[in-house]
Design a protein around this ligand. Structure first.
Ligand SMILES: [Zn+2]
Length: 97
């Protein structure tokens, strides 16, 4: 018997000593319990549905080093008042250079 998804369905599950029929948590097809595997999420899945946990789940952030070296102190602020010349070359004031 064939299902719409192309999988072969077993019409019956003959008695198998120490095993029972179980349903895959993902595809909902019927298997023997011994054919199902537990995923990292705790689901019981058939071999077609089982997948390992993605390696990106184990990536850890690297702590950023915020202690800057060779930093310089900020310069002193100079404020411009009305009437001040801001072009040092015209005013002859060398303190702005
Ligand atoms: Zn499955």
């Amino acid at each position: 018997m064939s299902s719409g998804s192309g999988r072969v369905l077993r019409s019956s599950f003959p008695y198998k000593s120490g095993d029972v029929a179980a349903i895959c948590d993902r595809c909902k097809f019927k298997f023997y319990l011994s054919e199902l595997q537990k995923t990292w999420e705790g689901l019981m899945c058939c071999s077609a549905c089982w997948e390992p946990r993605h390696p990106q789940d184990f990536v850890r952030a690297v702590k950023d080093e915020e202690n800057w070296k060779d930093t310089r102190r900020p310069g002193t602020d100079r404020f411009i008042e009305p009437g001040d010349h801001t072009v040092a070359a015209l005013s002859g004031d060398k303190s702005w250079l």
